[in-house]
Design a protein around this ligand. Structure first.
Ligand code: HEM
Length: 408
């Protein structure tokens, strides 16, 4: 098969680095998840598996932490919040909590953020954390805070992250979207996540939990780990300080040092995908399943060559392969930092992935998703059930309260 240039795409110049239901009260929600009471039918439809689904005694958290960093404290202070590019190997376990809060005034939003910042310090300080909440060492617990479009707009409608996500063509099964506050908690020790999340929610007056999802990553070094389809994921992402500055961190204005996060809960039809057989599976991604190397050749960490052809003239990266559909050269977008977590729900056997990405311009995600909806065979196996975007606040240094730079 041969195609014109517009389909093969102008290969973007990138550094060829070799890379080593709304309205559920918090208390009602928690009771509902723990004791099976208190959550109405409408709400339970969107609260898939409240709280941690991981088995603390299972082997995976330890095994998945195969990196040298695993378990070591991660500094929550700095120009950027932790949980985006640090630690370099994302922790094995995640808990994403998305809550709504009363939208009264920006003053109250700043107060809430300051409380959350202090709460995070009290949980993650390796020299003196709150033992009432976490009796033992918090290890590499990290909590990243974001605010949704309505809260961002309340502060300043011109800030990045004020624009909500549009509805996409593939969003036909979407059960819930949006949310005011994102608490993204990550740790090698799965048992700390629940307690830490509950403590932080207690610091947010009148919060109602909108949706929650736990997720887990397989073993891996750096950003790469196998996704629930069994493929290496997180290969082509910005890594160096220059790449992160260009693609991920907001560069100027009150939100400088922050980023825009998109969170999509995706149900995956892994059985149907597996039934394709090995060759056809590779064609869906444009990479080989065994070690992740591109179908266009090279090593597992190489980028795909969208122009490469076989001896008979066919494109080696198929026209509807995910690596082609999502490639930034077609959208003119910056490269997003992807940091996803898989899940498998023991009660329903549903398999899925919390797709998490960070970029300094929401449009990078929007354009890519529109293109995937049109030209990506991967979407045949994906049903998006929840979707939200957040402004991830800049990091903090000194006594600066979380979110205070947005006051200016
Ligand atoms: C179930 C959902 C998804 C799965 C299983 C998945 C998996 C993958 C895999 C295996 C790769 C190739 C290796 C790599 O570079 O990491 C990849 C690349 C990529 N994906 Fe996804 N992905 C999913 C959804 C998305 C979504 C929703 C977006 C954004 C809208 C996206 C954007 C990208 C980008 C930008 C690349 C890099 C393409 C390149 O430059 O080579 N993916 N994804």
């Amino acid at each position: 098969m041969t195609t014109g240039d517009s389909e093969t795409g102008p290969q973007q110049q990138r550094p060829q680095e070799k890379r080593p239901a709304p309205g559920v009260s918090r208390r009602g929600f928690l009771l509902g998840s723990g004791a099976g009471v208190g959550v109405g039918a409408a709400a339970s439809a969107v609260l898939w598996r409240p709280w941690v689904t991981g088995d603390p005694t299972a082997e995976s958290p330890g095994r998945a932490s195969g990196s040298a960093e695993a378990g070591r404290p991660v500094d929550s202070r700095g120009r950027h919040q932790a949980g985006v590019d640090r630690p370099q190997t994302p922790q094995a376990n995640a808990l994403f909590v998305i809550a709504d809060v009363p939208k009264t005034s920006s003053t109250e939003v700043f107060e809430m953020l300051a409380n959350l910042g202090e709460g995070i310090d009290s949980l993650t300080d390796p020299k003196g954390h709150l033992t009432e909440v976490l009796p033992d060492d918090p290890g590499d617990l990290v909590i990243t805070v974001g605010i949704g479009p309505q809260l961002v707009s309340l502060i300043d409608p011109d800030l990045p992250g004020a624009e909500p996500l549009p509805e996409f063509g593939s969003d036909t099964e979407l059960e819930i979207s949006g949310g005011d506050v994102l608490l993204a908690l990550y740790a090698t020790d799965v048992t700390v996540l629940h307690s830490a999340a509950m403590h932080l929610l207690d610091l947010v007056p009148d919060a109602s939990v909108r949706w929650v999802q736990a997720g887990h990553r397989g073993p891996g070094e750096g950003t790469v780990a196998r996704n629930p389809f069994g493929y290496h994921d997180g290969v082509v992402v910005p890594r160096t300080d220059e790449e992160l500055a260009e693609n991920v961190w907001i560069q100027g204005g009150p939100a400088a040092g922050g980023t825009v996060c998109v969170l999509r809960r995706m149900s995956l039809d892994v059985s149907a995908f597996r039934a394709l057989g090995p060759g056809a599976q590779d064609a869906v991604f444009g990479r080989h399943r065994d070690d992740g190397r591109p179908m266009s050749g090279g090593s597992p960490t190489d980028e795909v060559d969208l122009t490469a052809r076989t001896e008979t003239g066919d494109l080696t990266i198929p026209l509807r392969a995910h690596a082609r559909a999502a490639h930034p050269s077609f959208t003119g977008s910056p490269l997003m930092l992807r940091r996803s977590y898989g899940f498998a729900e023991p009660d329903t056997l549903e398999e899925g992935m919390v797709f998490v990405c960070f970029q300094n311009d929401l449009e990078a995600f929007v354009r890519t998703q529109h293109r995937m909806d049109e030209t990506d065979d991967l979407m045949n196996f994906v049903t998006t059930t929840a979707s939200a975007s957040f402004l991830i606040l800049p990091g903090r240094t000194g006594d600066q309260p979380l979110g205070s730079s947005l006051r200016s």
